[in-house]
Design a protein around this ligand. Sequence first.
Ligand code: FE2
Length: 261
Amino acid sequence: MIVDLHSHLIPGVDDGAQTLEDSINLARMGQEEGVQHIVLTPHHRNGQFINHKEDVVKFADKLSADYERAGLQVKVYPGQEIRLTQQFMDDYYNGDLLSLDGSDKYYLIEFPTAKVPEFAHKILSQLIDMGITPLIAHPERNHQLAENYDDLYDLIEMGCLSQITSSSYVGLYGEKFQRTAREMIELNLVHVIASDVHHVDFRPFNMKAAFNQLEKDFDSAKVNYFLQNARDIFNGDPIEKLEPIRSKSKRKKKKRFFGLF
Ligand SMILES: [Fe+2]
C-alpha cells in the first residue's frame, strides 16, 4: 500500500490542479501507480497562497465525493504544506493548522527556497517538545540544505524528519536535484518519499518510478523503509529512523568553510 503525504490536488486553491478534471486525471495517474491514500497539502502562508484549515476540510470532503463519483478508489484526506513563518505558533494555537495524521503528531513544513530561517530552530524545537514531529518538505530544493547536508543532519538530530520529492529523485527536475536527493538518502537524512504532485506533465506523481529507482540505487529494504514510514506517519505512529550520518564530502566542507567569511 502506497501512502502519498504531499500533494496539490484541490482544484484552484494553489499552483496545483486548476480544475476538477485536472485533479481527477492526476488522481487516476496516482491510482495506476498503486497510490491508495493521499494527503491533500495545499500551500499555506507561502507568500502567495493561504488555505485555512476550515476551507481545506470542506474542499477535501467535496473532492472525496467527486473522486467517488468519478469511479476512483483512491482516498484523500485534508492536510496543509505550511510555510514556516513567525506566525506559525499563533496559527497553531488558533487551530488553523492541519496535520498529516488523525492524531495531530506530524506537520508538513516548508522553508523558503533560499535558506532555513533564523527563527526556525526555536519554533521546531518548541513543536518537538510538545510531542509534534515536523516533516520538512523537499530539503533537496532548499539551497542551504542542499549545500550543507550537515545543516539537515542537525535538524534530523533535533527530531525533525524530511521528505524528498519523487520527481526530484527520478531526475525530472535535472541532475543536480537527483544527485542531492540520492546523497541525502545515502546519509539517512530522508524518511519519506512523496509526490508533491501539481501537474500531469510538469510535476506528476512518479511514485512508482521513484520506488523503482530506490530498488536500483539501494535495495528492497530501502523501498520498504520508505513505504512503511509513510504509513506510520499517516497513522500517527512513531517511525523507525535509520541513524543519520554526517557528511564527509570535501565539497560540502569547503563551501561551509568559505561561508564563514
Ligand atoms: Fe508542495
